[in-house]
Design a protein around this ligand. Structure first.
Ligand code: PLP
Length: 421
């Protein structure tokens, strides 16, 4: 078989973190950019891909490329088993109750759109309220705005304090009998703030509201337990968790998913189609997976999660925290540099601006020195505007970054600032 179904995560190692061994798995880290060794610090946008995941594509297309679920031949069986194997792995990764609660999407954005278009469209009307937060990525803002414009419900925004942490007093005040759903990210991509989603879900449930957690930035860095959080929906993307682009996951509570209408129609999502008596729909998860999915990508996502589990997501998170502390300390010495997002609980994201230097210029010039960081609004314009800026520079860390890379990044930053000031 090309891929085995593994329900339980692999045993986690208690050995010290071996970043050199981790780096060995990433071919891209051996390349140079503008004649300099690549220092890749744009991991919050997309993480790099280990060879074990890359190999899935050549293996799949060389040996068992076939459409899933509908074939009776060997290749179709193998592809189906590998595809469904990922569903079981995601179930274990998120600690979902049942693999049928795992729906494959194109990414976090599509997962949120699924909830908006299926649950939201069938449930929300004028007078209802959806709470989102100031920290949201556009993908957890715009889909709600689009539907609100049609259906007339109200979107309310949980504010942040000056450190970029959610204002929990304001959150409690915003919750009320009209609140139908709270949708927040687990970790902010712009500032790295880790949000207290478990506490927030408990409060939402006390008011009879559902809780959607955008886990795009959490799944790669910390253990996610959807049952412990008591999330009604949880979304994440493959390409931020060492997997490929074009694939992501929506987890949902079973009763909710079963009650929700399909949002896209087509093959794979039906029980029977008739011109006379209409169409009946497949059970979950297939009801929400119309058409041929990204088969190789889903299989590769399973391999990526297996890779993460072989290192241990908690070990990865602890290592990234060390990198973050080291980087925070080092950039604090840079004259005129201000960090945005200084909440007490943060993941490995460092957002900053520098007096007298435009973020865009810093990003372009530091690339010439081999360092990849992100500059711009990070798809979080309301948050940045709230802090009075249009753009920041953002360095974000992953399993393979080193303390030496952080030092080289800060040295490069100092050089660049010297050039533009
Ligand atoms: N939510 C957060 C917090 C993100 O950081 C991102 C991507 O940067 C997304 C959602 C959207 O993810 P995708 O583009 O993979 O759908």
């Amino acid at each position: 078989m090309p891929h085995t179904v593994i329900e339980k995560p692999l045993a986690r190692s208690s050995a010290p973190y071996d970043v050199a061994a981790v780096r060995e798995d990433f071919p891209v880290l051996r390349r140079e950019v503008h004649g300099k060794p690549l220092i890749y610090l744009d991991n919050a946008a997309t993480s790099q891909t280990p060879r074990q995941v890359i190999e899935v594509f050549s293996d799949y297309y060389s040996r068992y490329n076939a459409n899933i679920h509908r074939g009776l031949h060997t290749l179709a069986d193998e592809a189906t088993a590998a595809f469904e194997g990922t569903r079981h792995r995601v179930k274990a990764f998120l600690n979902a109750e049942d693999a049928r609660q795992v729906i494959f999407t194109r990414g976090t954005t599509e997962a949120i759109n699924l909830v908006v278009q299926s649950w939201g469209r069938s449930q929300l009307a004028a007078g209802d309220e959806v709470l989102i937060s100031m920290l949201e990525h556009h993908s957890n803002i715009v889909p709600w705005q689009l539907l609100a414009a049609e259906r007339g419900f109200t979107i309310k925004v949980i504010p942040v304090d000056e450190q970029g942490a959610l204002d929990m007093v304001a959150y409690r005040e915003l919750l009320g009998e009209r609140t139908r759903l709270v949708a927040v990210n687990h970790v902010s991509n712009a500032f790295g703030t880790i949000n207290p989603v478990k506490e927030m879900a408990a409060l939402a449930h006390q008011h009879g509201a559902l809780m959607l957690v955008d886990g795009a930035q959490a799944a790669p860095h910390q253990l996610v337990d959807v049952q412990a959080i008591d999330a009604d929906f949880y979304a994440f993307s493959g390409h931020k968790v060492y997997g490929p682009t074009g694939v992501g996951v929506l987890y949902g509570k079973q009763a909710l998913l079963e009650a929700m209408p399909p949002w896209q129609g087509g093959g794979e999502m039906i029980k029977a189609v008739s011109f006379d008596s209409g169409t009946t729909f497949a059970d979950i998860p297939h009801k929400f997976e119309a058409g041929t999915p990204a088969i190789a990508e889903v299989i590769a996502l399973g391999r990526a999660l297996e890779w993460v589990e072989s290192i241990g997501v908690e070990s990865i998170g602890a290592w990234e925290h060390r990198l973050l502390e080291h980087a925070t300390q080092a950039v604090s010495q840079v004259e005129g540099l201000r960090i945005l997002g200084t909440a007490p609980h943060k993941a490995g994201v460092l957002s900053f601006i520098v007096d007298g230097a435009h973020s865009q210029d810093i990003g372009l010039l530091i690339d010439q020195l081999g360092v990849a960081i992100r500059t711009g609004h990070h798809c979080a314009q309301p948050l940045l505007h709230h802090f009075g800026v249009d753009a920041t520079c953002r360095a974000s860390f992953a399993a393979y970054n080193t303390l030496e890379e952080v030092d080289a990044f800060v040295a490069a930053l100092n050089r660049v600032i010297g050039m533009v000031r």
